[in-house]
Design a protein around this ligand. Structure first.
Ligand code: ZN
Ligand code: ZN
Length: 117
């Protein structure tokens, strides 16, 4: 009995956190990673990159390997530092401007947001 309750709570927590960590429909990989790293940090793996890929671009089997070649050898922060280094330094994170094609790993264009700010 108590076990069932614990299971239910756990399932609910898992569902809640999976909603929190879900990439938006048009959210680019870069904005998603920044959001996740700010909230949950890096655990030294590509877990957020893998999550984004599984949910948004499940066919992109070579994505991680491609990012590794671009300098993100071991973890999500390196994807940000080495693959997507151009981000306006505005303090709080900007909302993702959205990518044209859902699942594209090309970062969104934040310059439009910056100009209007
Ligand atoms: Zn890291
Ligand atoms: Zn974005």
């Amino acid at each position: 009995m108590t076990e069932n309750v614990a299971d239910a709570v756990e399932a609910e927590l898992a569902e809640m956190s999976s909603r929190l960590t879900e990439p938006g429909e048009r959210e680019c990989l870069r904005c998603f990673l920044l959001r996740m790293l700010e909230q949950f940090g890096c655990d030294g793996t590509h877990r957020w990159t893998v999550r984004w890929r599984d949910l948004r671009s499940p066919g992109a089997k070579g994505l991680i390997r491609r990012l590794e070649r671009q300098g993100a050898c071991c973890c999500d922060c390196e994807v940000i530092l080495n693959v997507y280094p151009y981000y306006p330094h505005t303090g709080p994170l900007l909302p993702c401007a959205g990518v044209l094609r859902a699942g594209s790993s090309v970062p969104c264009d934040l310059s439009a947001l910056r100009r209007s700010a």
